[in-house]
Design a protein. Structure first.
Length: 367
């Protein structure tokens, strides 16, 4: 055991948090550091919890492969590579001299802190997945979200699964994964707190408070594909432009990022307000592998769809009354938007409904 491993070993035995390592457990943790990353990913609790939850439909990325990518941020190799053992008392946090923990290194990318916190929250809260049909993805990406539409009740942590290649080929986000872990800023904040309470893991700029200025339902998301990490945030209020960070962030323009933000926020609005677009498969899909005694393993949950069989709406221009002035215009797309309607007895109840994008077939300007 070299000096660095000994330091890690002693820190594990004196962790400040609910997690307690025995000497045997600390040795097992160090042994995991010598494993190949893929083997270590498959051994994480995150991967074991999520790998059999779903089976991806045809045309979508393998659920198991996606979870293997996300689990990278929960492996011992990743934690040790990006953190350092510290005495919490020496860190100025006010614990006893014996209390120890881990702190993100100063040169660790801020976006990677979020990956660890978000996967931690997803693990403890068993975040569900929503699969979105291809035509629905296009419609949501091209529907602008105006200020004031933030839902009162919303999912705090969920996976969004896009058709394979959609992020790169349609949105123009080169290298962006098609499975995204999305959370509210509040949920991510809780992820940081859970890491601290369980393992004594603290961000580099922690001084006794966990970012009180970001408590909101702003949606944050991250995807990972072939070790490329992309983090983004999508505010409901116009407090600034949508943000994209992490690896390959320079490969995207503002339009691509805005369309991604539209897609994510509209998916939340649709899921919360328009249940007619939400569909649950009746049967759980079969995982193509054999378990003990040759039994076929089925996924733990059926697929939840958003716009499974949705088709973009198209309308044709009615025949023109010769006595009326001609309205000549080119064929075009009318953008989708959200609209409030009054309903119920006395029309006192206000509801939010989605007016979907519509292709308008115009009049031939040369006729």
């Amino acid at each position: 055991m070299d000096h660095n491993q000994k330091h890690i070993y002693e820190t594990l035995l004196a962790l400040q948090g609910k997690m307690r390592f025995s000497k045997t457990g600390a040795h097992a943790f160090l042994n995991l550091l010598s494993q190949q990353l893929q083997s270590s990913c498959k051994g994480t609790k995150f991967y074991r919890r999520f790998k059999d939850r779903y089976v991806a439909p045809e045309g979508f990325r393998s659920w198991q492969e996606a979870m293997l990518d996300f689990s990278k941020y929960t492996t011992p190799q990743y934690i040790i590579e990006n953190t350092q053992p510290v005495s919490l008392n020496a860190a100025g946090i006010g614990f006893s001299e014996e209390a120890k923990g881990f702190r993100f290194r100063e040169n660790t990318k801020v976006t990677l802190h979020n990956a660890v916190a978000m996967t931690a929250y997803a693990y403890f809260h068993k975040s569900p997945a929503i699969y979105i049909g291809g035509e629905m993805c296009k419609a949501l990406a091209n529907t602008e979200v105006l200020a004031g539409l933030e839902p009162e009740i919303m999912l705090d942590s969920f996976f969004i699964c896009l058709p394979k290649g959609f992020a790169e080929n349609y949105l123009g986000l080169k290298g962006h994964g098609d499975v995204l872990l999305c959370q509210t800023a509040n949920a991510r904040l809780s992820g940081f707190k859970k890491l601290f309470n369980a393992f004594g893991l603290i961000p580099p700029d922690y001084e006794g408070q966990f970012y009180p200025d970001v408590k909101s339902n702003t949606i944050v998301s991250f995807s990972c594909l072939k070790s490329a990490f992309i983090y983004s945030q999508h505010p409901w209020k116009p407090v600034g432009s949508n943000y994209l960070g992490g690896d390959l962030k320079n490969n995207a323009n503002d339009t691509s990022v805005d369309r991604l933000s539209n897609l994510i926020r509209n998916a939340v609005l649709l899921y919360c307000n328009e249940k007619k677009y939400v569909f649950n498969d009746k049967k759980r899909r079969i995982i193509h592998q054999k378990g003990f005694a040759g039994q076929t393993i089925t996924a733990q949950y059926p697929i939840t769809w958003l716009g499974k069989n949705y088709q973009l709406k198209r309308t044709a221009q009615n025949s023109i009354d010769l006595e009326q002035p001609k309205r000549l215009f080119k064929s075009h797309w009318r953008k989708g938007h959200w609209h409030h309607y009054w309903t119920g007895t006395g029309r006192e109840e206000k509801i939010l409904k989605w007016v979907q994008p519509t292709y308008i077939k115009g009049v031939n300007l040369h006729s």
